[in-house]
Design a protein around this ligand. Structure first.
Ligand SMILES: *Cc1c(COP(=O)(O)O)cnc(C)c1O
Length: 353
């Protein structure tokens, strides 16, 4: 080992889901939205004044902050925006998880949390989900340096009742509690109304799933103005211009089209419920999902075998081979047509095995 290697910040990076590119593929592996962004987004992109790209964007991303604040009826100083919620969450880890006590997040959850904790050298502990993959709230009633969990959780899709979330927040008033609501728009209850009541709560959401904008990279955090100020202080110490002009304008257009957003979410929820029924008939079991994916295992066919068989047909789902998730597949909800093709393949495959 070279001496200079001692000075390198060595990390094991997060592994994003595959981005295959076959013309005939059915892509159900990274929880993207099967529908396009709101029509206003296309209009913005068509009419982008290219000459303006000479100029730095608004470092506060004010238009986007105002659009988010207005939709959720918050004050501007209660909203922080970033380059996808991954950027927002990374900034949150850096800003709020800065103590000596371990932060807490579930053993089965979004696999970026331990990567950021390692990157920023934050100690952490991972309370174990119960045998049905539910978070046990009591595990978070102990001393810690911060708490973070998604609601609904990923990759399980399980929602924690808002009363339990509130209890976790209330019992942790000496640390920051972050609720990562990447999937909340698909039928779960948001903790957003609690930010006025608890000064230790941050709610993080994204445009990537429910607003069909994964390719644009927009996420946001809502909290009381003090937390938002600390978050901005760290952001401006790192990169002032996180949001580019295009993302700001497109984000505003997506946020403003409330009707399109609601209709898209409604269609996905409807298709999810149909898919649940079909999967049950085929011998799959799963906890009830309130997200845009289903985390399922089959009674006889191993997940890995199904994963490979689907892959051969260019139907992509996500498989987490390590630990307790090794016999589950995470299936993103696509369009009704995509899910019909997916179910038809499974039916044929499982009957001829
Ligand atoms: C998808 C996802 C994110 C990050 O999404 P961005 O595309 O970075 O906004 C964050 N948390 C969870 C739990 C997710 O599933």
């Amino acid at each position: 080992m070279k001496t200079w290697e001692e000075n390198i910040r060595m990390v094991v990076p997060y592994t994003p889901g595959e981005q295959p590119n076959q013309p005939d593929m059915i892509k159900l592996n990274t929880n993207e939205n099967p529908y396009p962004p709101a029509p206003g987004v296309e209009e913005i992109l068509h009419n982008m004044p290219v000459d303006k790209l000479r100029l730095y964007p608004d470092p506060t991303a004010g238009d986007l902050v105002r659009a988010v604040a207005s939709y959720y009826q918050l004050d501007e100083n209660q909203v922080f925006v970033g380059v996808g919620s991954d950027d927002v969450l990374a900034m949150c880890f850096l800003t709020f998880f800065n103590g000596k006590k371990p932060i807490l997040f579930p053993d089965i959850t979004y696999s970026f949390y331990d990567v950021w904790a390692d990157l920023f050298r934050i100690p952490y502990e991972r309370p174990v989900l119960d045998e049905n993959f539910h978070i046990r709230k009591e595990d978070y009633f102990r001393e810690n340096g911060g708490v973070i969990f998604p609601n609904p959780n990923a990759p399980t899709g399980v929602e924690m009742p808002l009363a339990d979330i509130e209890e976790i927040i209330r019992r942790n008033q000496d640390s920051i509690v972050i609720v990562d609501e990447a999937y909340v728009d698909f039928g779960a209850s948001s903790a957003l109304p609690l930010i006025d009541k608890y000064d230790n709560l941050l709610v993080v959401q994204t445009f990537s799933k429910s607003r069909s904008m994964a390719g644009m990279r927009i996420g946001f955090a809502c909290a009381n103005p003090v937390l938002i100020k600390y978050l901005n202080d760290v952001k401006y110490s790192f990169n002032s211009y996180t949001m580019d002009r295009t993302a700001i304008a497109a984000g505003v257009a997506a946020m403003e089209d409330v009707e399109y957003f609601r209709e898209t979410c409604r269609k996905i929820i409807e298709t999810r419920e149909w898919t649940k029924e079909e999967l049950r008939k085929l011998g799959f079991s799963f906890e009830d999902s309130k997200s845009n994916f289903i985390f399922a295992s089959h009674e006889t066919c191993p997940a890995e075998e199904l994963f490979q068989a689907l892959r051969k047909k260019h139907i992509y789902v996500r498989y987490f081979p390590k630990g307790r998730t090794h016999n589950h597949l995470r299936i993103t909800i696509g369009t009704r047509e995509e899910m019909e093709a997916f179910v038809a393949f499974l039916e044929k495959y499982l009957n001829h095995r």
